[in-house]
Design a protein around this ligand. Structure first.
Ligand SMILES: *[C@@H]1O[C@H](CO)[C@@H](O)[C@H](O)[C@H]1NC(C)=O
Ligand SMILES: *[C@@H]1O[C@H](CO)[C@@H](O)[C@H](O)[C@H]1NC(C)=O
Ligand SMILES: *[C@@H]1O[C@H](CO)[C@@H](O)[C@H](O)[C@H]1NC(C)=O
Ligand SMILES: *[C@@H]1O[C@H](CO)[C@@H](O)[C@H](O)[C@H]1NC(C)=O
Ligand SMILES: *[C@@H]1O[C@H](CO)[C@@H](O)[C@H](O)[C@H]1NC(C)=O
Ligand SMILES: *[C@@H]1O[C@H](CO)[C@@H](O)[C@H](O)[C@H]1NC(C)=O
Ligand SMILES: *[C@@H]1O[C@H](CO)[C@@H](O)[C@H](O)[C@H]1NC(C)=O
Length: 444
């Protein structure tokens, strides 16, 4: 028995060695390959950014094509796992909606964990490209002689994600092991599609509750000068489908209450309202804050050319201005449908609730930190409203303070555009600003 066991032991040991050998054979050349790919990112010694680790890490992140549609986020998760390990910070990944949409959390624990934490958020997904319109490939992270780093997502919003980590790295290198408050650096999927597979389900999860988030910083557009727009509010999206039902019959007769008449009535009312908003927008010098945009986006219906259709539908994309009265707008819609002759169904595909703006004054300690830090760097800040929609709305809906803050200055706004880039020097300055912001926020 004993000798049989020993024999089995020897066989198992040999099998183990063989497997180990095969694994090493497979893995070692791969690692080599990876190093080779990394070396593409090395800059010539003459470059001012030669050997700059932060520039290199940023470029590596840009080279991961987390581009819609059908994103495979796993390489991105692995990259972030490596970043967390190199910073010696705990890493976790959650799947609040499904296995395809990971939320990554990298945590820098504070010395006073009973204080609410600070969440530094960015999204990992990027919008599609028209590659033929790019002068540099959108997923190569080319850097030109002026330091422009080209890549889809460089502005929106991969820079920010790496700036958070770079700032923490710089603080740790200064010997700061911990701040009072805990920081959670979060990387969420699906923001560009509305967050239904990312931040929206994440904020209702137990994993999110366990983070005990008190304050959030999130994306904002880059600044064209040294004046930063810090976003503290958003317009609300209502995507409304109207379904008109009515009498049907031969197209040669004149029936009352046809779907066509009803549709015409409701669409006219919305188009009249749209005209008012267009005038308002001009008067506000194209500031969308208080303007409700109304756009017809989809129409469906019809059976054949000589039959009055029993059903027609039309969809509007509406963004309610910050000062809009939601109840009043809804009542107008209901009245128009009634006046149109009834049998009109209103489906709200999206109906963002009114959420409180984040207070941008000295009652909010985060605002005070942003204001003071920016003044130290010669930057001006002013509160503003996001034109589109960002994940910050899900946090504001929970009454959590959430600012969009991006200290990338002197940069033309090219988000969602081709040849999107961030300059190396602007990127490094933003790290310095965030380093100070984080060290100040850590002790509020
Ligand atoms: C929007 O409307 C509010 C309230 O009517 C007003 O206080 C604010 O100044 C307006 N903002 C802009 C940018 O027009
Ligand atoms: C949507 O409608 C508003 C006016 O309500 C207009 O200012 C805006 O440019 C429109 N958006 C698009 C993409 O057409
Ligand atoms: C058309 O709609 C109006 C208002 O709802 C209603 O009074 C009228 O009876 C309808 N006519 C027909 C033929 O259904
Ligand atoms: C509404 O639809 C129902 C069923 O299709 C119909 O019986 C009724 O007459 C319609 N009412 C109006 C006002 O069109
Ligand atoms: C920033 O702080 C300074 C000094 O406390 C204050 O005068 C200024 O109004 C603040 N700016 C904003 C935009 O809050
Ligand atoms: C929202 O948060 C603010 C600031 O923390 C607080 O003063 C206010 O009471 C809260 N409102 C609600 C509805 O919880
Ligand atoms: C935060 O930490 C500092 C040391 O960095 C300490 O002096 C201070 O008392 C702490 N603040 C709070 C609110 O506990």
């Amino acid at each position: 028995m004993i000798s049989t066991k020993r024999g089995i032991g020897v066989i198992v040991f040999i099998a183990f060695c063989v497997i180990l050998g095969v694994l090493l054979g497979v893995l070692l050349p791969r690692r080599h390959l990876n190093d080779d790919t990394d070396s593409i990112l090395d800059l010539p010694e003459s470059s001012p950014w030669y050997n700059n680790q932060e520039i290199k890490i940023f470029r590596q992140y840009l080279r991961i094509p987390t581009v819609h549609p059908n994103i495979n986020y796993e390489p991105c998760v692995e990259f972030l796992r490596k970043q967390a390990a190199s910073l010696d910070l705990p890493f976790s990944v959650h799947y609040p909606r499904d296995r395809l949409n990971p939320v990554v959390v990298i945590t820098w624990k504070g010395s006073q964990p009973e204080l609410s934490s600070i969440m530094l958020n960015s999204h990992t997904d990027v919008v599609p490209v028209f590659e033929n319109l790019w002068s540099h490939p959108p997923f190569s992270a080319d850097i030109d002689e002026n330091g422009k780093i080209f890549g889809r997502g460089s502005q929106d919003v991969k820079a920010l994600g790496m700036i958070y980590l770079a700032a923490i790295r710089a603080l740790k290198l200064d010997g700061i092991k911990q701040l009072n408050r805990t920081f959670h650096v979060t990387f969420v999927p699906d923001e560009e599609m509305g967050g239904n597979y990312g931040m929206s389900p994440f904020v209702t999860s137990n994993e999110f509750k366990a983070l005990h988030v008190g304050y959030v910083l999130d994306e904002a557009r880059v600044a064209e000068s040294n004046k930063l727009s810090v976003t503290n509010d958003e317009r609300c999206t209502w995507r409304i489908e109207f379904v008109f039902k009515g009498v049907t019959g031969h197209g040669s007769l004149l029936f009352e209450n046809t779907t066509g008449q009803k549709l015409n009535y409701v669409v006219s009312k919305l188009m009249q309202r749209r005209e008012i908003e267009v005038v308002k927008l001009k008067a506000a010098n194209s500031d969308y804050t208080n303007v409700t945009t109304i756009n017809l986006t989809v129409m469906k219906g019809g059976v054949q050319a000589n039959v009055i259709p029993p059903e027609l539908s039309v969809t509007f994309d509406v963004r309610l201005g910050v000062s809009a009265d939601h109840d009043e707008f809804q009542k107008d819609i209901e009245n128009w449908c009634e006046e149109a002759g009834g049998n009109v169904t209103v489906n709200y595909m999206i109906k963002d609730p009114k959420v409180p703006a984040t207070r941008a004054d000295d009652t909010n300690p985060v605002w005070v930190v942003l204001n003071n830090t920016c003044r130290e760097f010669g930057l001006e800040i002013a509160p503003s409203t996001t034109i589109g929609a960002t994940d910050a709305r899900y946090l504001r809906a929970l009454n959590i303070s959430a600012f969009g803050f991006s200290p990338i200055i002197n940069t033309p706004r090219l988000l969602h555009d081709h040849d999107e880039y961030v300059g190396a020097n602007e990127y490094l300055l933003a790290i310095d600003v965030y380093k100070k912001v984080i060290s100040n926020l850590g002790n509020i």
